[in-house]
Design a protein around this ligand. Structure first.
Ligand SMILES: *Cc1c(COP(=O)(O)O)cnc(C)c1O
Length: 410
């Protein structure tokens, strides 16, 4: 397509108005909102307000007067609307890694007698590490089994307590069929824990429509909650009274301010909250969530898939470098919103793109990854980025020593 065609798509884009709600530097094309979303304009004012007025003037009283204590469930309830859950089924808490540990442990308590946690090889490392940590903790009472993605569903059996999968894969963008996998697990009496890190705010997720059991997710990616923003977790209502958290802290107690010696877990979603909520992080996150709620999730998904499709098509149409190969599915129904190209010089390519103020990221060993956040990107930006990449490949503009120096974070 031509750049004019891309401009016409922008003119017809129902989400285009949201761009001005984000504070992005001039001249930067930001294709890494799937790793760290940019700040909403309103977050600066909100942070000043929460630090000056709520923290500074309200002091400890703000737990009540600014409803800090209610923030995890309030923000969780808003996230619920983005992922097809009830408000009472989602809370903000801890990090994704910690939440996975808690829910995997909880899944084992919901399925006593079963010992297998099943996941896919190549899942996001922290997911596998958390499960390995739980396995070590349980010293033989539970085992993590990782299989190639094509073999996972067939391996679910009567010993499977939980299947732990990332809905949209962080590298390949391959999307699991949430309804089909959940149904297959349930047919064997197993539970599924869905990681929604690359889905929430990107793909129109319907957890209850899929009869999902448990889910976790990040809020600093497509939800634009800020670096290290607290994560969220979902426990279906039917599991809430029975599931046990292995991290029994006072905020998960039925009555935290009774100050009892003995732990009595809350029988609702609060049972998954551990300790004192991070109020500054929650305040920033709530701004991102409120912005996300202005957009229809179906439109967000459709635009994101269209942007990703445009990028793939424009890069490939130029055929600039045979060494560049798309990793993961082409079919929009089977993918998420980022695009990963494998190339032996993937790292240098990403660095050279950054020098042109087009920001993507690199995932070892050879993936140049570009994310297409629908709330702030335009079709023209994506068209420009695709052509910049194609030009760079054609000219070998990445082939310079300064683009090969590895930083700590890729
Ligand atoms: C980004 C990401 C995480 C990050 O977990 P943290 O605890 O926030 O570091 C976990 N899982 C997946 C699939 C991710 O993409």
């Amino acid at each position: 397509v031509t750049r004019d065609d891309a401009q016409a798509l922008d003119a017809a884009d129902a989400l285009a108005g949201l761009r001005s709600a984000f504070a992005l530097p001039d001249g930067v094309i930001y294709l890494d909102g799937n790793s760290l979303g940019p700040p909403p304009v309103a977050v600066h004012e909100r942070m000043a307000q929460v630090t000056r007025r709520e923290w500074g003037e309200g002091l400890v009283r703000s737990w009540n007067t600014a409803d800090w204590i209610g923030a995890p469930l309030r923000v969780g309830g808003k996230i619920a609307r983005l992922i097809g859950a009830k408000a009472s089924e989602v809370t903000v808490a801890d990090s994704t890694t910690v939440n996975l540990f808690k829910l995997a442990s909880g899944a084992l308590t919901l399925r006593p007698g079963r010992t297998t946690m099943l996941s896919e090889a190549g899942n996001f490392p922290t997911n596998l590490y958390a499960l390995q940590g739980l396995e070590a903790q349980l010293a033989g009472r539970a085992t993590l089994k990782t299989l190639p993605p094509t073999d996972v569903v067939a391996a679910i059996d009567e010993d499977t307590a939980a299947v732990v999968l990332t809905h949209v894969h962080y590298k390949t963008a391959r999307r699991w069929d949430m309804n089909a996998v959940t149904a297959a697990a349930h047919a064997k009496g197993a539970l599924v824990i869905w990681d929604l890190c690359h889905s929430a705010g990107a793909i129109a997720v319907d957890l209850n429509g899929a009869k999902a059991d448990l889910a976790i997710g990040c809020s600093y990616k497509y939800l634009n909650g800020g670096p290290g923003a607290p994560a969220f977790l979902f426990v279906a209502e039917r599991h809430q009274a029975k599931i046990r958290s292995p991290l029994t802290g006072w905020m998960g107690h039925a009555e935290p301010f009774a100050f009892e010696d003995g732990y009595r877990g809350a029988a609702d979603i609060r049972g998954q909250i551990t300790g004192t909520p991070p109020i500054l992080g929650l305040a920033a996150l709530e701004v991102g969530i409120d912005l996300q709620l202005e957009a229809d999730p179906a439109l967000v998904e459709a635009k994101g898939l269209a942007l990703a499709g445009l990028f793939i098509a424009e890069v490939e149409a130029r055929g600039a470098d045979p060494a560049l190969t798309l990793t993961g599915p082409r079919n929009p129904a089977e993918r998420g919103l980022h695009v990963s190209f494998a190339h032996p010089e993937g790292y240098a390519i990403v660095q050279a793109m950054m020098a042109r103020r087009i920001i993507g990221d690199f995932r070892a060993p050879d993936i140049a990854r570009f994310g297409f956040s629908p709330l702030f990107l335009s079709y023209v930006e994506v068209w420009d980025a695709a052509h910049a990449l194609a030009d760079l490949l054609a000219s070998r503009g990445w082939d310079r020593p300064e683009f090969r120096t590895r930083a700590a974070v890729t």
